[in-house]
Design a protein around this ligand. Structure first.
Ligand SMILES: [Zn+2]
Ligand SMILES: [Zn+2]
Length: 265
């Protein structure tokens, strides 16, 4: 099982998951050209994709979704709330996902779970493959108990670390936007991400990709340093922490023959 980060952040998100013959795109918020170029580089044809999974209807997650689905005849999977947005409403190959109904997508078992965010019916996903379990939770204002449970025992967790609270407080965002980011339906701070991981104790993810970092209110070194040092304080120094870059393919994780992390480029 392999996972790649293609792009991560408010300018656009896309990740690729491959388990045996099943390849799935997670999010479709960058251009088709960029996704197709990346897929060609790793030897995956867009026509072979088993599906595109979307978390919510913000354009940094869905920008190219409908066009991608139609151009390559790939089904889209998202909640009814997400599929109801104007950009996706007419999508022909749409499948409704709901938090209570896990389903099989090729070799992957897909579990959606609700997250608190200012979109209509946003979710994260837990994907159980033959050799590993991975999760994604980005764009959430806090980590409720239900989401906390989804972090447990994952081999790879793609988890938001959007902002450093001090950088946000003293930064250039207008007050209303600061309130939105910090609010219960906004985005996760480095501190909140660290606390959620610490609460997993000995069931913490093997590897964590810090994702959806703000270019204005966070820095990769700051997020990595803050979270890694908090984890070390709580005896979780073995959890591998990596930062997904915003604008280019940056990380690859592979479950076979044994968990390891590789820089792609
Ligand atoms: Zn987003
Ligand atoms: Zn969002």
């Amino acid at each position: 099982m392999d996972v790649w980060s293609i792009a991560s952040g408010s300018s656009g998100n896309a990740y690729l998951v491959r388990a045996g013959d099943t390849a799935v795109l997670l999010e479709c918020g960058i251009s088709i050209k960029r996704i197709a170029t990346f897929l060609a580089r790793v030897g995956v044809s867009p026509f072979e994709l088993a599906g595109v999974l979307l978390t919510h209807d913000h354009s940094d997650h869905t920008r190219a979704a409908r066009q991608f689905s139609e151009q390559f005849d790939v089904p889209l999977y998202a909640t009814a709330g997400t599929l109801g947005c104007t950009a996706l409403r007419e999508t022909r190959r749409a499948h409704v996902v709901s938090a209570e109904r896990p389903f099989a997508l090729g070799e992957l078992e897909v579990h959606a779970f609700a997250v608190p965010h200012d979109a209509y019916e946003p979710v994260g996903y837990r994907l159980i493959g033959p050799s590993a379990t991975i999760g994604i939770a980005t764009d959430l204002g806090f980590v409720p108990a239900d989401v906390q449970r989804q972090l447990l025992d994952t081999d790879l967790m793609i988890l938001e670390a959007n902002h450093d609270l001090e950088m946000l407080r003293t930064g250039p965002y207008p007050a209303f936007l600061k309130r939105r980011v910090i609010g219960q339906h906004g985005h996760l701070s480095n501190d909140a991400t660290a606390e959620a991981l610490i609460a997993c104790r000995d069931r913490a993810p093997g590897t964590v990709w810090l994702a959806h970092l703000s270019p204005t209110n966070n820095r990769p070194d700051l997020a990595h340093g803050a979270i890694a040092s908090r984890l070390r304080q709580f005896g979780l120094g073995h959890v591998e922490i990596q930062v997904a870059e915003r604008h280019r393919p940056s990380l690859r994780w592979s479950a076979t023959p044994r968990p390891r992390q590789l820089a792609l480029f």
